[in-house]
Ligand binder design. Structure first.
Ligand code: SF4
Length: 323
């Protein structure tokens, strides 16, 4: 764990400490807490975090932490995964309402029927799902390791892939395998406009177009590079290009600019002139809520033990298979 040294994040509220960064760092020490943040969080939350990453990296950090308290700056299914891996630790989520449209697109009762209709299929589920769906799965994957995981399953084994149909289609293309897809999707990654991206590519011929595999095929077919948020970040540093049009939640651009300040990053636009490429769930977390969650040690994640144990098995399998 480290302590951020940077100018204070000033609070204007008389009910909050003047320097929120210092107050959070104090709480981190007194609670022996670790702050894990997703790349889609607001920049100031990323700047106070001990670790910033995508779902795979965050799960690996959660599995290995020696901290007593995990403060998860992300959405509900991510904090839930940390709790599944750490039943004896206090796992705090700054806003318990921070859900996920993709996880919500796969209700457990309907998925149980879908699974029962394919009794000989192995279930590979993307980590963006509820603990109940994880408990019905054989292996969990993330966008970083989905291709690698499916490639390790014998070719004659039929597979259900849930809940994201776009990532599922991408895995089918990459592995040359047929998968039975649950028809779920993410509202953020389905908002990108192919027409506006094509216009941007004409306006910025020097730019590479990089995209997350949760985007629709009509968007992905224009991409110079497709990868998880971590892979997109790494690609934008290594590529000799000086400009990138980025089709994923624009929170990642904060890290891209920090790692390569001389490069130009353009968020891919949505269909409307709104900020709908920003995840409304991720953005429910704020630095103030993060401070209050640590100070009050609530809201925290709880899970029925039978669901937790059943959900742990496919997550552990993923961690073994992804090395
Ligand atoms: S960006 Fe999409 S998949 Fe990610 S948390 Fe938000 S709604 Fe869920």
């Amino acid at each position: 764990m480290f302590t951020i040294v940077r100018p204070e994040q000033k609070s204007s509220s008389p009910f909050l400490p003047y320097d929120l960064f210092a107050a959070i760092n104090d709480l981190k020490r007194s609670l022996n807490a670790v702050i894990l943040a997703h790349y889609y969080q607001d920049p100031e939350i990323q700047d106070i975090a001990d670790y910033i990453g995508d779902s795979l990296g965050l799960s690996q950090q959660a599995a290995g932490t020696k901290a007593d308290v995990i403060v998860f700056a992300g959405v509900h299914f991510m904090a839930e995964t940390a709790k599944i891996l750490n039943p004896d630790k206090l796992v705090l989520l700054p806003d318990l309402e921070a859900g996920c449209s993709l996880a919500d697109s796969c209700p457990p009762e309907e998925f149980a029927k879908f699974k029962a209709a394919h009794p000989d299929h192995l279930v590979v589920s993307y980590i963006n799902c509820s603990a109940e769906i994880k408990a019905m799965s054989d292996i969990i994957c993330t966008s970083s390791n989905a291709v690698k995981i499916v490639s390790q399953i014998p070719r004659d084994q039929p597979i259900i892939f849930a809940p994201d149909r776009n990532l599922g289609r991408y895995v089918m293309e990459q592995t040359g395998r047929e998968l039975v897809l649950w028809q779920g999707s993410c509202i953020v990654h389905e908002t990108f406009s192919e027409k506006k991206i094509a216009q941007l590519l004409i306006e910025h011929p020097e730019a590479e177009f990089i995209a997350h595999p949760e985007c629709e095929p009509s968007v992905l077919r224009h991409a110079n590079y497709i990868g998880s948020t971590t892979a997109l970040l790494s690609y934008s540093q290594k590529s000799s290009s000086q400009a990138f049009i980025v089709a994923t939640e624009p929170g990642i651009i904060h890290q891209m600019r920090k790692e390569a300040p001389s490069k130009h990053f353009i968020p891919a636009p949505g269909n409307n002139s709104c900020a709908c490429n920003e995840c409304p769930h991720m953005r429910l977390n704020t630095l103030e809520k993060l401070y209050l969650a640590m100070k009050n040690q609530t809201p925290s994640l709880t899970l029925p033990e039978d669901i937790r144990v059943a959900a742990l098995r496919p997550i552990s399998r993923m961690l073994e298979m992804s090395g």
